[in-house]
Write a protein that binds this ligand. Sequence first.
Ligand code: NAP
Length: 380
Amino acid sequence: VTTQDLPATHRVLRSTVRDDGTVEVSLRSEPVPQPGADQVLVRVEAAPINPSDFYLMFAGADFTRAERVDAGHPAVRAPLPAGALASVATRVGKDLPVGNEGAGVVVAAGSSEAARALLGRTVAVFGGAMYAQYRAVGADQVLALHEGTTPEQGASCFVNPLTALGMVETMRLEGHRALVHTAAASNLGQMLVRICQADGIGLVNIVRRDDQVRLLADLGAEHVVSSGEAGFADDLAAAVAATGATIAFDATGGGDLADQILTAMERAVTAASTEYARYGSDIHKQVYIYGGLDRRPTTLRRTYGFAWGVGGWLLVPFLARLGPEGTRRLRQRVADEVTTTFASSYAKQISLDQVVDPAEIAVYGRLATGQKYLVTPARG
Ligand SMILES: NC(=O)c1ccc[n+]([C@@H]2O[C@H](COP(=O)([O-])OP(=O)(O)OC[C@H]3O[C@@H](n4cnc5c(N)ncnc54)[C@H](OP(=O)(O)O)[C@@H]3O)[C@@H](O)[C@H]2O)c1
């Protein structure tokens, strides 16, 4: 069942690691997918470029050296750093689709009742291949947005909102009462500030510059510390002590930030105790690395006893741990608060053609504060 005449072909963005040590990002013309019985066909109106999309698209290549190539379709190529090909060997020669999430309008549906009920609705989709004009997806996989929510407003319903909510859920599940967050002026960090305000949870925001301190203070964040300040270690320890935070989510991953956080937590815990503990405090302190913004190795000096952990954290395995009921609860909160708590802002809206424009890549590739781009595949 369709609501409009559909074209035979549409444009799809693909990323290919080549065996010559370059990555090619290209726009292909492909048949428009037919929805299966339980599927809907979404005309994709808006999809954000999140860091995870950028990493998949450029595979760690030097995006500042992206150059247009004549591949018979719009395309750019960028060189991988020396020796990096081995780490992406399993994707060499494969044309991968890109775009984890987005939103659009259901323009065709399969025969099932659930699929037909979505015809004409504006929906958010999480499932990859969203940098395309059309996407066929299971009716049970889409999030139907409230009447009046636009695709632009609903484009970022999953990756950052569910991760920010997942941090708070993890905090509770693992018995902590407040949390520390790094690269905290990010789009995700701003959502976390609003969630913690709404839910009355202590949050220590770590940023690296003064303008980021101001940005979060303007949002009403109570504890914002900058790693760019000389007094960072003391400021961090004071904020950790004030909130009682014993769990942190670190988007940078590299260098000694995780170490500094564990040190501050141990300082806060031992300052509250009068007893000397030769093996350090027995309060568990946890840092989850959930991003890789800093590519350096992670340095841990281990000067905080033995009750600590550093591990990885990823959204999809976390949702599996939370289960279908918990996941539904989080998704519904996002749909209900997508224009408030989970509102995203974008520096620019770009067409699929502009995604492969070296001048645009040079900007969105920086992953800088307030520079998130929104791709609008349906438009031109
Ligand atoms: N594990 C998961 O499941 C999961 C899910 C969602 C998101 N994430 C991660 O969450 C993070 C934030 O995503 P987003 O979409 O909110 O990002 P965003 O809005 O694009 O912002 C990126 C932020 O990172 C900062 N940054 C970049 N490089 C940095 C570095 N080396 N050290 C410190 N700060 C740095 C930027 O600040 P400057 O302006 O100072 O550069 C900016 O504030 C990303 O790392 C992403 O991969 C992970």
